[in-house]
Design a protein around this ligand. Structure first.
Ligand code: NI
Length: 174
């Protein structure tokens, strides 16, 4: 199946705020399907619209990390909204398909409750914790133009950006 190219830093589309979706139609479902294929192919556990150059508020995720297609557990979210966060914080080493090969510990609320529209246009609410919580918060951040490196110290962020620049130069030289 057809897939998208994943956009990498420092592309400005990653800093843009995505717009709310009005209707869930076949065109949107086609985008979601294509995003899911792109995510599994990368491979990754989450992908937001900004990362494929679209600026609508949709994301796909699957933290099961399964190879077999029939045991995968994809979640499609349209207009996701965090409606509750726990007080306890959680530290997790995060990475991002738009910041290849770079990881850093990010602190976020341990649990979040998210309201969203699903693939079929129905409103849903789910509670996430641990990896799922970090993943859904990371992906919703993308829709607001925020990257995981925006949650760490500027010293670490600049180190990561420098490494990415170097990687890009090296791959261009090939
Ligand atoms: Ni990401």
């Amino acid at each position: 199946m057809d897939k998208y190219d994943i956009i990498k830093v420092p592309d400005p589309v990653l800093k843009a705020t995505a717009k709310a979706v009005g209707t869930v139609d076949d065109a949107l479902r086609k985008q979601l399907d294509k995003m899911l294929v792109t995510m599994y192919d990368a491979p990754g556990i989450g992908l937001a619209a900004n990362q494929v150059g679209m600026l609508n508020r949709v994301l796909v995720m699957d933290i099961a990390q399964r190879e077999e297609i029939d045991t995968r557990k994809p979640i499609f979210m349209i207009n996701p909204e965090i409606i509750w966060t726990s007080d306890e914080p959680s530290l997790w080493e995060e990475g991002c398909l738009s910041i290849p090969g770079q990881y850093a510990e990010v602190e976020r609320p341990l649990e979040v409750r998210v309201r969203y529209i699903d693939y079929h246009g129905k409103q849903q609410e789910d509670l996430f914790e641990g990896l799922g919580s970090h993943c859904v918060q990371h992906e919703i951040d993308h829709l607001n133009g925020v990257l995981f490196i925006d949650h760490i110290s500027s010293l670490k962020r600049n180190m990561i950006l420098k490494k990415i620049k170097k990687q890009m130069k090296e791959s261009e030289a090939l």
